[in-house]
Ligand binder design. Structure first.
Ligand SMILES: [Zn+2]
Length: 245
């Protein structure tokens, strides 16, 4: 017999809204736990043989917290950039509006504190959005060089390393990484975050050039270079999902 199986569904009401949950019973479990998945599903993990009524009571006690989590994840799904006129794009801690133009060639430029995106008339909405995104990512990768190089120039001597070769790439998950030949790669998404985040990612990778692991000596070095690095980690943890093109 499997140790874990779904054997129940239920729902509770919180502030007029019904919250549905799935119950997973486990023979190995001694205590219960509730988890809200990023897609908004609520999973309740229970030891074997807890009657449904008891499960409901327990979930009810946690309904406020569950509802908050569900709402948090729901609001996440709503972040979509269309790169239309008036939309705001953050860059390195500041915010600038998008100005949309039509023209023969697709391009994105940074002019007079605006992101000016030019898209051919013939493009439908989806294509226009996709191309705008690609153009903006390219632009960010170009624009990101000088502020990131400045951070490198400041921290590399403090870290006692040669200033590494910087590359900026769009990546799904990793915020940064370093290459075996004294190079660092920074995720273009970092440029959508507050400055402290970019600073931390650079410091993290600079520290890796000497400490190629995540052991205590590495973290001691990060803290020595940037005593407030935890602040940046916290931002990444809670708001990292917002930094998307
Ligand atoms: Zn690392």
């Amino acid at each position: 017999m499997r140790s874990e199986e779904v054997t129940g569904f239920g729902s509770v009401v919180w502030e007029g809204e019904s919250i549905a949950y799935t119950v997973v019973y486990s023979s190995r479990r001694k205590s219960w736990a509730v988890e809200v998945k990023p897609d908004g599903c609520v999973i309740v993990r229970m030891p074997q043989h807890v009657p449904p009524e008891k499960v409901r009571k327990l979930v009810e006690e946690k309904a406020e917290w569950i509802s908050t989590q569900v709402k948090k994840y729901r609001s996440r799904v709503e972040i979509v950039r269309n790169y239309m006129d008036g939309e705001i794009l953050p860059f390195f801690g500041a915010e600038y509006p998008v100005v949309r133009k039509t023209g023969a060639v697709s391009k994105a430029e940074f002019l007079d504190d605006c992101f000016v995106i030019t898209i051919p008339d013939s493009f439908d909405a989806d294509a226009a959005r996709d191309v705008s995104k690609d153009m903006v990512v390219l632009l960010f990768r170009r624009m990101g060089f000088s502020p990131l190089e400045e951070i490198i120039a400041h921290y590399a001597p403090l870290a006692g390393v040669e200033p590494p070769k910087l590359r900026i790439r769009l990546q799904e998950r990793k915020w940064g990484c370093c290459t075996p030949k004294n190079g660092i790669i920074v995720n273009a998404r970092v440029l959508l975050a507050p400055k402290i985040v970019a600073e931390y990612i650079v410091v993290h990778e600079l520290a890796h050039l000497r400490y190629r692991h995540h052991q205590k000596s590495f973290w001691d070095e990060v803290e020595r270079l940037m005593p407030n690095y935890r602040e940046a980690e916290k931002i990444l943890k809670t708001d990292g999902w917002r930094f998307v093109f």
